[in-house]
Design a protein around this ligand. Structure first.
Ligand code: FES
Ligand code: FES
Length: 371
């Protein structure tokens, strides 16, 4: 017997194993994780595919002892993974499974395809899936499901994936939706603390409707918690954003220049704001694109660069900003959907964006899987 220590689905495990035990048997018999299926046991069918250190591998061809120190993720380990949840919903919607025997391995490979390649063609999906065999459903639904989830997505950056692995080793469930990107403007070189990221917001309304709303800045501004437009003069808009950081309540006043390209359903904004109370300044640029999403819905792809100076720049750690942006995006999507349906218009008086509440809700979601 040999001693094996590894992380399985974010949990530290130490066990005695026979050197000949393969990982699939170890997961199924020792760890009772029977979602890893065994079909051929000779590396052909892909039913046993799991992620080892983030990469899909055959559990039937991998000795458990070779995973000493590794991070193993089986199908049971994706409960709070947003991308996997999207894939699961799409597999249901597109009838991508019948008996379900191949499905855990298919989903592990599908997650790898979308996170590694982003938006991907049908041809490439078929090529990438050539190591996973389905004996009863056929591949049309599986390929459609993966393609629909990939629409509008960019490949996940190495930095984000590595950070996720580190967090998982600490026992946290991780939802990755933001992609940190390299600064693309002068903002990245000026004084202060800055960053950039890309976020995808799924809206349950057709792209034309979403674009129509986003083009009407006065209409859409109330959907952003804490934002208010005070003046629009051509491409120039003036307004303010109110926040609440515990006892600190900054109110940024500033102006931005907006340009819209209706043919491509793309918009761009550059702006500068200042909060007198804390002496902080924020400058940033954002661009957005509305594309078709799953189930006749839309995906708004937003890219941002920003730079903070003054007291508030201490809150610029990328994880904090990412959580705030993600929380904002969720609130914005809910408000916009409600506004488009006309059943619950956003409040006319902007409320402060409660940053600490947003961060806490994202941490709770990561750790406990609820908001
Ligand atoms: S059971 Fe591992 S590839 Fe078939
Ligand atoms: S759903 Fe039955 S083998 Fe794929």
């Amino acid at each position: 017997m040999a001693t094996l220590s590894l992380s399985i689905n974010g949990r530290s495990v130490t066990a005695e194993v026979e050197p000949r035990t393969h990982l699939a048997d170890f997961l199924r018999s020792d760890q009772h994780l029977t979602g890893t299926h065994l079909g051929c046991e000779q590396g052909v069918c892909g039913a046993c595919t799991v992620l080892i250190d983030g990469k899909p591998q055959r559990a039937c061809l991998t000795f458990a002892i070779d995973c000493d120190g590794a991070d193993v993720r089986s199908i049971e380990g994706f409960e709070n993974d947003l991308l996997m949840n999207e894939l699961r919903a799409a597999f249901s919607k597109f009838h991508a499974l019948q008996c379900g025997f191949c499905t855990p391995g298919m989903l592990a490979s599908a997650r790898d395809i979308v996170s590694r390649l982003g938006e991907v063609s049908e041809k490439r999906i078929r090529l990438e899936l050539s190591g996973n065999i389905c004996r009863c459903t056929g591949y049309v639904g599986i390929v459609e499901a993966i393609r629909s989830v990939s629409l509008g997505k960019a490949p996940e950056s190495f930095a984000v994936a590595a950070a996720a692995t580190r967090l998982e080793r600490l026992g946290a469930d991780v939802v990755i939706r933001s992609t940190e990107t390299a600064p693309t403007s002068q903002l990245g070189r000026s004084k202060g603390e800055g960053g950039s990221l890309e976020e995808r917001i799924v809206i349950n309304a057709p792209p034309e409707e979403v674009w129509g709303a986003l083009s009407d800045l006065r209409r859409v501004a109330p959907c952003v918690p804490g934002a208010e437009i005070t003046e629009i003069d051509g491409e120039l808009i003036k307004g303010r954003v109110k926040m609440a950081l515990g006892p600190i309540k900054p109110s940024f006043r500033g102006e931005a220049r907006v340009s819209l390209n209706p043919a491509a359903r793309e918009g761009k904004m550059t702006g500068l704001g200042r909060d007198k109370g804390t002496g902080s300044s924020a400058e940033g640029e954002a661009s957005w694109r509305v594309i078709e999403g799953p189930a006749n819905g839309s995906v708004v792809v937003v890219s941002m660069n920003w730079r903070l100076t003054g007291m508030l720049s201490q809150f610029n750690r990328s994880s904090i900003v990412r959580d705030v942006v993600r929380g904002l995006a969720t609130a914005f999507a809910a408000n916009l959907e409600a506004m488009l349906k006309g059943d619950a218009p956003p409040p006319s008086e902007p409320e402060s964006l409660n940053v600490l509440q947003l961060i806490w809700s994202m941490i709770r979601q990561r750790l406990f899987g609820r908001s």
